[in-house]
Design a binder for this molecule. Structure first.
Ligand SMILES: Nc1nc2c(ncn2[C@@H]2O[C@H](COP(=O)(O)OP(=O)(O)OP(=O)(O)O)[C@@H](O)[C@H]2O)c(=O)[nH]1
Length: 334
């Protein structure tokens, strides 16, 4: 948007100045300014009709640099041409960033010094005094230095905000105790996968796992021991599923596992495996030296069901597993 604004302001300004130069019968200056206006306008059109900003920003930067060199060369109106070059440092740094922008400014400065001092300054049309040239160069470098300082701090602030934003985004997706995906992130992933399976006409399965009699662990050994049990369970689940399966902390002591491209039969096998892994794991947390079991409800999600229905079904089978005596997998037996 800002590049577009630069291109439009550049078009209007150079067109107006070109018109003025025409009225004053300064045909060469009028032609140069009008050409620059056309290039700026072309950059504006390129931004509007293509999604790439790379070419338009280079077009604005290089045509602006050439225009400034011409203004130094010709002096513009009453030798005021060089005054416009102060536009260049902020524009170059904005469009090219700190390194490319600075490279362009250095290149421009070298060409500028060449124009002003080559052959004692007789190479150019304008007639500047030595003191004017020196002050122009010094003030141009000062503006460049200040623009670089500004760009540096702008970039540092931007990067800081970006890293904070990434961190908060990560925190918003993660359960702080186990480091697993949280419920919201899991729903997002299931919906994404559901859209994909609807296109491919495939299926995925959901495993809803709940720790059996978890309250007794909390009550008997403390909440902190309960927390560590949940962390260890999270590790067991993560280590025993495929890389593209996702495990989330669904609620207090409930976990949900999404198994893409998996039908009920394959999901039952995964569920049985997890059930055994948990049941044979030896927890050794402070005085807690016991086995833990989980109950699991399995549901398949295919294009003819909805995500809500599949989750409700997994919940129904989990409840059934609890009712049947816990430490077991329940599923749609049809
Ligand atoms: N330590 C700890 N406990 C939690 C956390 N979230 C939930 N809980 C506890 O989990 C327990 C769940 O208890 P219940 O819903 O009665 O279930 P249960 O004791 O596991 O019994 P069943 O599910 O019927 O086998 C409660 O005591 C909650 O306080 C947590 O983050 N950390």
């Amino acid at each position: 948007m800002i590049i577009n604004l630069f291109a439009l302001v550049g078009t209007c300004l150079t067109l107006a100045m070109g018109f003025r130069a025409l009225l004053e019968s300064n045909f060469v200056l009028a032609m140069v300014l009008t050409s620059a206006a056309l290039i700026f306008f072309a950059a504006h059109l390129a931004i509007r009709f293509s999604s790439s900003y790379h070419l338009p920003s280079r077009l604005v930067l290089y045509s602006l640099s050439l225009l400034m060199l011409y203004l130094i060369y010709s002096g513009g109106v009453d030798n005021t041409g060089p005054l416009w070059t102060y536009i260049l440092p902020p524009v170059a740094l904005f469009l090219g960033g700190l390194s490319l922008g600075l490279f362009n400014i250095v290149l421009f400065s070298v060409l500028c010094l060449f124009l002003l001092y080559f052959n004692g300054g007789h190479f150019i049309l304008a007639d500047y005094t030595d003191s004017y040239k020196l002050r122009f160069i010094l003030s141009f470098f000062t503006v460049t230095f200040l623009s670089c300082c500004y760009e540096y701090s702008r970039k540092a602030s931007y990067e800081h905000i970006q890293s904070l934003s990434d961190k908060f985004e990560q925190l918003a997706k993660t359960d702080p105790l186990t480091g697993l995906a949280n419920r919201r992130e899991m729903m997002e992933q299931i919906n994404k996968e559901y859209a994909r399976l609807s296109r491919n006409n495939s299926t995925l399965s959901l495993l809803l796992l709940d720790v059996d009699r978890f309250k007794t662990i909390n009550d008997g050994f403390g909440h902190d021991v309960g927390d560590i049990v949940l962390q260890e369970l999270a590790n067991i689940f993560t280590q025993n599923i495929r890389v593209h399966d996702i495990v989330a902390r669904w609620g207090g002591e409930e976990f949900l596992i999404m198994l893409p491209d998996t039908n009920t039969q394959q999901a039952i096998e995964v569920a049985e495996k997890l059930l055994n892994k948990v049941a044979t794991h030896h927890f050794e947390i402070k005085h807690f030296r016991k086995q833990v079991t989980v109950s699991i409800g399995v549901a398949e999600l295919h294009p003819l069901t909805t995500v809500t229905n599949a989750v409700a079904k997994a919940d129904k089978y989990l409840y059934q597993a609890k009712q049947n005596g816990r430490n077991q997998v329940c599923y749609d037996a049809q």
